[in-house]
Design a protein around this ligand. Structure first.
Ligand code: NAP
Length: 310
C-alpha cells in the first residue's frame, strides 16, 4: 500500500480549491477529490459579481476553472472522483473512491451544501435562466422585474426583502398560512409595499420560452382547494433550505442540529485531530464564495500547523 498523503481535500468549491492552493504552496502535495459537482455550487450560477477582484464580474463555472488552474499550478492534484466512504477513526485516515483506497495524514472536508430544490421537471435546466437558489447571487439580474420567492423561513423572507432592491414586485409563495420565519422578518415583509404573499400555495410547474429556453412563468396550485393558476413571472427564487453534504462523515464527526460539521471557534478544527472542515459544510450562516474561500485558507494553515506538530 502506498504511503499516506499529507493532505486529502474532499470537495472542490471555493473552500476546497483555496485550501488546495495554500496546501500546495506549503509543499503538502494535496490531492483533491472534486466530487459529483466539480467546482461546487458556483457552477450552477451564471455571473458572479460580488467576488472581489473581478470588477466586471465573472461566470461562476469560469471562476472555478481559474481556482482549479491556480491550485494545479502549484502542484495540487485534482481528480474528478467522488468519495464513497471514509474512515476517520484513526490516522492515517482512509478515503475510498469505490474500491480504491487512499491514506492521508490530514483530511480537509469541503463538501459544501446543496440548495434544496422543488423537484420540478426542467428546474435544473432553468437554473441561471430564471430559476435561482441564491438571491444574493442573482437578484441583481432582476432589475424592475417581477419575481416570486418560494419558502416561509428566515431565508425566504430575508431574500424577499433583499430582492425588492432590484425587482419591481416580489411575491412570496408559501405552502402554509403562516410563516416559520421570525416575527421581525415577517413584520419587515408585511410592511414592504413591493412584497405580496400567496398563502397555501405551491409551485407545481415551470413554463419556459420554447425559443430561448428562459423561464416565462409558473403554475401555482392552492393547497386547500387544488385550484391552479398560471402566473407569468421573470424569476423564481427557491429558498426552502440547504442540506449540508455531511452524510459521509456523520459517524465520525459531531454535527450541529442542522447537520453541519461543528468546528472549533475561528479555526477549521473538527472534533477529530487532523480532520478540518471549511466552507458551507460548516457554515449555515454566511454561505458566500468569498467567506468559503477564506475558510479554505484557514483549513490549509490549520492542517500545515498540525502536520508540523506531529
Ligand atoms: P427553514 O427555516 O428550514 O425554512 C424552509 C422553508 O421552506 C419553510 O417555510 C418550509 O415550509 C419551506 N419548504 C420546505 N420544503 C418545501 C417544499 N418542498 N416546497 C415548498 N416549501 C418548502 O430554512 P431557511 O429559511 O433556509 O433557514 C435555515 C436556518 O437559518 C433557520 O434556522 C433560520 O432561522 C436561519 N436563518 C436565519 C437568518 C437570520 O436570522 N437573518 C437568515 C436566514 C436563515 P414549512 O414552514 O411549511 O415547513
Amino acid at each position: 500500500m502506498s504511503d499516506p498523503l499529507k493532505v486529502v481535500i474532499i470537495g472542490s468549491g471555493p473552500a476546497g480549491l483555496t485550501a488546495a492552493i495554500y496546501a500546495a504552496r506549503a509543499g503538502m502535495n494535496p490531492l483533491v477529490f472534486e466530487g459529483s459537482q466539480p467546482g461546487g455550487q458556483l457552477t450552477i450560477t451564471t455571473d458572479v459579481e460580488n467576488y472581489p477582484g473581478f470588477p466586471d464580474g465573472v461566470l461562476g463555472p469560469q471562476m472555478m476553472e481559474m481556482f482549479r488552474a491556480q491550485a494545479q499550478r502549484f502542484g495540487a492534484e485534482t481528480r474528478f472522483e467522488h468519495v464513497t466512504r471514509v474512515d476517520l477513526a484513526q490516522r492515517p485516515f482512509k478515503i475510498w473512491v469505490g474500491e480504491e483506497l487512499t491514506l492521508a495524514e490530514t483530511v480537509i472536508i469541503s463538501t459544501g451544501a446543496s440548495a434544496q430544490l422543488l423537484g420540478l421537471e426542467s428546474e435544473k435546466e432553468l437554473l441561471g435562466r430564471g430559476v435561482s437558489a441564491c438571491a444574493t447571487c442573482d437578484g441583481f439580474f432582476f432589475k424592475d422585474k417581477s419575481v416570486i420567492i418560494v419558502g416561509g423561513g428566515d431565508s425566504a423572507l430575508e431574500e424577499a426583502s433583499f430582492l425588492t432592491k432590484f425587482a419591481e414586485k416580489v411575491t412570496v409563495v408559501h405552502r402554509r398560512d403562516e410563516f416559520r420565519a421570525s416575527k421581525i422578518m415577517q413584520m419587515r415583509i408585511f410592511d414592504n409595499p413591493k412584497i405580496d404573499v400567496k398563502w397555501n400555495s405551491i409551485v407545481t410547474a415551470l413554463t419556459s420560452d420554447p425559443q430561448n429556453g428562459g423561464l416565462t412563468g409558473v403554475v401555482l396550485t392552492d393547497t386547500q382547494t387544488g385550484a391552479k393558476e398560471d402566473l407569468p413571472i421573470d424569476g423564481v427564487f427557491v429558498a426552502i433550505g440547504h442540506k449540508p453534504n455531511t452524510e459521509l462523515f456523520k459517524d465520525y464527526l459531531p454535527l450541529d442540529a442542522k447537520g453541519y460539521i461543528v468546528t472549533e471557534g475561528k479555526s477549521s478544527r473538527t472534533a477529530v485531530e487532523g480532520v478540518f472542515a471549511c466552507g458551507d459544510v460548516q457554515d449555515s450562516e454566511y454561505r458566500q464564495a468569498v467567506t468559503a474561500a477564506g475558510s479554505g485558507c484557514t483549513a490549509a494553515l490549520d492542517a500545515e500547523r498540525y502536520l508540523a506538530g506531529l
